[in-house]
Each structure stands twice: as structure tokens, then as C-alpha cells.
Design a protein around this ligand. Structure first.
Ligand code: KG4
Ligand code: ZN
Length: 361
């Protein structure tokens, strides 16, 4: 089955074309075309994503991205078997651009249309294994616990069988990526802040005794006994620290980034470990943009092998951690296998900014 997938939920305009074979337990994929345009530079001067600017850029770029993906794939549109599009969660003005584009393509070319939950894309992308040019998902051990960490989400989700989700824990306020971005902004670092904080924190770690050691930050809700998170207090603690210590040196900024990243990672691990114990999950996956973080990846790898040697950890390839259309094609394929198509004339399909994984599209 050849799927053309469209992703416009935030500030990446992306279209992927891929070919999938097999069923949900033996799926194999080949990426035929993958075009992505990041709008990061456009939003940087505003310190974050501006929804209406994202919408305008998606509108401007989608036709070119489509041409690029089709040319790379060398597949005419009539040979595509289904069109998949992100319906949520995300920024609604941005989502609508992708949805309208997908609807038009599906109507004109008379193709089935699949609505995709962006977080399902992140989750399934973490299960992909790459061998040469071929991707596959096989030998999956259920139950799967997913820690989904992105700019808009922080949640622990249990998947006991394919595509059925139970929410185990979630943030009560800010998402972890949002906290990275806001703290970066306080430290006058450019958007997106996650990679910038990571860079500073890794510099601090490479020094035996970093100058400015002594900044300490809270680990919010670490002993709450629940699998829920809270990151707003951590962000406010950084704000107070900066008010008390204006004119920080570069080394001191590195130390704050280091302490912040340690605090986030400790909380994420503690809650994930609790959820692993409570659910008896055999597989842990980490998905979403923040799963690109070097320190989080390292700590989770170490802790999983020392504390949960009988469960496996699956982390997406770095190129698939942040938003892309390959993960949307992947989730689209799993939904298409179940014939979950949007009925014609597709006007039931709407952008759903707060769509949750447990919710049916
Ligand atoms: O999944 P994603 O690309 O978009 C959303 O669906 O939100 O995630 C973007 C988030 C941003 O908050 C960004 O700062 C964060 O992922 N991020 C990182 C890293 N790379 C991206 N956070 C921490 N460390 C990183 N290396
Ligand atoms: Zn995302």
C-alpha cells in the first residue's frame, strides 16, 4: 500500500510517501519520498510559534513540498492508495491547512482519506527499526508503555494491544518541551530552546567542577505518588533564580541549564519507573521532540538496563524524533489496515487542537 501523508500541526510543513507491506505484526516500510520544510527561522524572532504565521507558511509551501515528495518518490498521484493527514493535536489554524489540502487531493484523485492523531505517529515511530533502506515494526512485546514528550504534550500512555490506549499520567500544567523552550527564553537562548539547553548542559557536564555549582532547582511532584507531572513550578523557580542572580556568566548559565535538565530527567524517570512497575509493561517507548535530548536518552538507557532488565527500551532514530510526515504515514497505514477512512465528502473531518490519544477521530 502506498500512502501519501501530510503533516502541518505546528511549524514543520512535511509530506512523505511510503510503501507499506504486511499486517500490524509484520509491517515493513520503504520511504519513497520525504520532503520537509521547517519554519523555525520564521518563528525565531517571535520567540515561539505564531499560529497565523504557521498557517500562512503552510499554505505557501504545501504545493512545493508535494511536488518535491512526488518527484523524489517518482510515483504519480494516481498510484497512491491512500492519503493520510494529521487532524490533531496541534495548532488549529495550521492543522486546517493540511486537512483542506488533503481533502482536496483525496476528492480530486478519488482516494481514501485517513485522519491521523499526531501523538500516535510519534508513538509508532519509536517502534520503527531500520535495516538498510527498509523500516519494520515486528516482535513488539505488549503491554507497551509510551512516554510522550513534546512541545505540547507530556503523558504516559499504556498500549495493551494495537492502537488502544489508556492514559496513565500527564502534565497538570506545562508540557516538558514548553518548559525547555520557556527556560531557554529566560536565558536569552533562541527558539526552539530544547537543543540549546541540551548544548549548554552537556558543556557543564564535560567540566569536572563547573563554576557556579550551587544552583539547585526543585523536582516538582517527584514524591506525589502519582504518575502525573508538573513543570510550571520548575520554570518559575528558574525565573526566581535569574531574578536573584542577574548578570550571569556563560558558565553559570551552563550550570542552570544542567540543573534544569537534571531536574526534568529525574522527574520523567521516577514517574516512568513507577508506571512500569504498576503496569508491568514489557516495552517502554519514548516519543516526541524532547526524546531527541541526549541526556534523557542516556539516563533512560542506563536505568532501563539496570532497573528493568527484562523490559526493552525503544527510542526513535534522531531524524524521527521531531515532527515529520513519515510518522503520519505510519499511523495512517495502521488505521488504513483497519479501514478507518473518513467518509466522503470528508466534511466530518475537522482540526482537533486538543485531540487526546484515547479519543476516537
Ligand atoms: O514533537 P515536536 O517536534 O513538536 C510538537 O509536537 O510539539 O516537539 C518540539 C519540542 C520543542 O519544545 C523543542 O524544544 C523540543 O521538542 N526539543 C528538545 C530537543 N529537541 C527538540 N527538547 C530537549 N532537548 C532536545 N534536544
Ligand atoms: Zn510532535
Amino acid at each position: 500500500m502506498k500512502i501519501l501523508a501530510i503533516e502541518t500541526s505546528c511549524d514543520e510543513t512535511a509530506i512523505a510517501i511510503f510503501e507499506a507491506e504486511g499486517d500490524q505484526n509484520t509491517a515493513r516500510f520503504r520511504v519513497l519520498g520525504n520532503a520537509l520544510l521547517s519554519q523555525v527561522e520564521k518563528h525565531r524572532e517571535f520567540g515561539g510559534v505564531v499560529p497565523m504565521l504557521a498557517k500562512r507558511e503552510h499554505q505557501k509551501n504545501l504545493p512545493h513540498i508535494l511536488d518535491e515528495a512526488l518527484a523524489e518518490a517518482n510515483v504519480p498521484l494516481q498510484d497512491i492508495d491512500a492519503i493520510a493527514v494529521t487532524a490533531g493535536p496541534g495548532l488549529e489554524p495550521a492543522l486546517w491547512v493540511g486537512i483542506n489540502f488533503a481533502r482536496a487531493l483525496a476528492l480530486v484523485w478519488d482516494k481514501p482519506l485517513v485522519a491521523v492523531n499526531h501523538m500516535e505517529g510519534h508513538l509508532l515511530a519509536s517502534l520503527l527499526e531500520k535495516t538498510g533502506e527498509q523500516f519494520s515494526i515486528s516482535n513488539v512485546q505488549f503491554p507497551i508503555l509510551a512516554l510522550l514528550i513534546s512541545g505540547g504534550h507530556t503523558e504516559l500512555v499504556l498500549m495493551k494491544e494495537w492502537l488502544r490506549y489508556e492514559l496513565i499520567g500527564q502534565t497538570r500544567d506545562d508540557a516538558v518541551g514548553e518548559a525547555f523552550d520557556k527556560v531557554a527564553r529566560m536565558l536569552s537562548l533562541p527558539y526552539p530552546g530544547g537543543p540549546e539547553i541540551s548544548r549548554l548542559a552537556e558543556s557543564a557536564r564535560s567540566v569536572a567542577a563547573p563554576e557556579g555549582r550551587g544552583f539547585t532547582l526543585p523536582r516538582p511532584m517527584i514524591d506525589s505518588g502519582t504518575c502525573d507531572f508538573s513543570f510550571a513550578g520548575l520554570k518559575t523557580a528558574v525565573l526566581y533564580l535569574l531574578k536573584k542572580n542577574p548578570d550571569l556568566s556563560e558558565k553559570e548559565k551552563q550550570h542552570i541549564a544542567h540543573e534544569f535538565e537534571n531536574a526534568v530527567t529525574e522527574v520523567l524517570w521516577k514517574k516512568t519507573a513507577q508506571a512500569l512497575k504498576e503496569t508491568g509493561a514489557r516495552t517502554l517507548v519514548i516519543g516526541g521532540g524532547v526524546s531527541a535530548n541526549t541526556h534523557i536518552r542516556r539516563v533512560f538507557q542506563e536505568k532501563m538496563s539496570s532497573e528493568f532488565p527484562d523490559s526493552s527500551l525503544q527510542i526513535p532514530a534522531s531524524s524521527l524524533t521531531t515532527d515529520n510526515a513519515i510518522m503520519i504515514a505510519l499511523a495512517g497505514f495502521y488505521r488504513a489496515l483497519r479501514k478507518e477512512f473518513v467518509s466522503q465528502p470528508f466534511d466530518r473531518l475537522r482540526a482537533s487542537g486538543n485531540l487526546s490519544l484515547a479519543q476516537k477521530l
